[in-house]
Write a protein of this length. Sequence first.
Length: 625
Amino acid sequence: MDVIDISIIVVYVLLTLFIGIWVSKKASNGLESYFLGGNNIKWYYLGLSNGSGMFDVSGTAWMVGILFLYGAKSFMFMWLWPVWNQVFLMMFLAVWIRRSNIMTGSEWILTRFGDGRSGRASHSIVAIFAVVSAVGFIAYFFEGTGKFLTIILPWDIPLEIGNVLLLTSEQSYALIIIFLTTIYTVKGGMFSVVATEVLQYIIMVIAGILVAGYTFFAISDVEINMVISDEWRTIFFGGELETHWNTKFQAFNDLIDTEGYKMFGAFIGMSLFKGFFASIAGPVPSYDFQRILSTRTVKEAAYMSGFTNLVLYIPRYLLVTGIVVIALVVLAPEMSTNPGLVGGDLEVILPKVINHHIPVGVKGLLLAGLLAAFMSTFSAFVNSSPAYIVNDIYKKYFKPKASNKHYIKASHIASFFVVGLGVCMGFFADSINSLTLWISSALYGGYVASNFLKWVWWRFNGWGYFWGMVAGLLIASLQFILDQNKANFLEGTFLYDLSHIHAIYLFPLIFGFSLLGSFLGTYLSKPTAAEVLKSFYKDVKPWGWWKPIQMQLKNEDPSFEKNNDFWLDMTNCAIGIVWQSSMILLPIYFIIRDYPKAILTLVVFLTTSLILKYTWLDKLKKIPN
């Protein structure tokens, strides 16, 4: 690395530490100040912070790989997550969540199911979900950042005493970055996280623009057109994927055939089915949920979620597409003739391009941007998960009355505990890889049904929520065990066939069992107290099957009006998905010089933005805080 690039990275790290520690004094006024910024942070700062937290390194490397292989259609692969949960949040869910005026996702559950045994059971399972998933993600961050930095940075820094190797170079890099990030995150809470993430976002945007600009001027239209096909450029598809690459790059066509997405129509249909229910279930109890609760008003919660969409996708895909275009022109010929490279992990494209094909100065900013992406995602998890330990477990069940100073100290301890546990798991990453995958797949698989029903059905109670999540967890875990052991089953047997089904196609099975657990848990126990339901519905006012509660509230207050916005909200969500998709496709078409499609995409973006101005923004302005 050139001294200029190294200097840029060092300046970025020092500036981040300075800002994070400088604003930390604001976080000493209590738990709300520490975890939610005292509900006093402006919505656009929270939106930039939220977008920065989603701009993670591993996700960016994955996007580079799928865009390289599948072309413009790759934006639909992100529906697996699904990325348009942010659209559902901006249209109505952020308003519903923020009206609760609480601190964490599990505390929010008590406003829905009450503080009895069933409410506490559902409250506890969400708190455990939040902490366990955060620890798992920190372990992945520990493993991932070390591997990334050893590929990029020129120094080998193992820790040895005599002939005993205590830390590998990967582990040393990971510990340094995690230590630096933890310092300002633990000290300053939400204030430090947001302040540093705004800085990190600015650096990532600059890096994306510079990489896109370099690509645009260094690589010609002719070079791009010699590699990519018409099928690579188009977003339209049939039941099966067509041939994406010409015969010169047949190895990439063969790779597509083995990845499990050949039946693209069925894959997209299932992604839409899963995406709808996963999005309407609301965000998992993590940093995204916390940003919503941190906003100053109900309106600002929706503004923040919409702004997150606006600031995230265009700069991120300027960076992603710039890297991909360089890889298409420079790396694709070599990769297509080397089976080892094609059969390997496409996520290596990102570090390969950075190492060998990015000019001095731009490389330093890009590395600082990717380092910022890691630090922002990591700090978001470190700040959000201790809130569940301190507020939902320690304060509620062990020490309900203590000073703010005591709870802040407890939060510091909880933060170090979560980071320490995650790092310990990271040291044994090879052996706990399956466990971490189980956490992310099984827990998230069991989350959807219960959290969908909690919004829309009055009869759904705390035991239904608890057993719905448990049932989904068990079935998702079974699916994961089958997947991990598929090499041990005889070909032609039922278990062999079941274990080789792509996880997305098993979602209806997981969802169905989770619904069964939800219904059995609900109907085999008493309904939630009417006063709890009336208080929840009056505050949150969701749409759905709430007629008995609506009638009681109408009898008490004839002026009460139910929520009749279901069709408007769903229409806005459909428009919002197109709007969000246009922000992904616009930089792709611009950088590959397909100007007709770029102009059409820009027209779609402007048209959907105008429609949402009237159907969403103007309506939102009328909502009382």
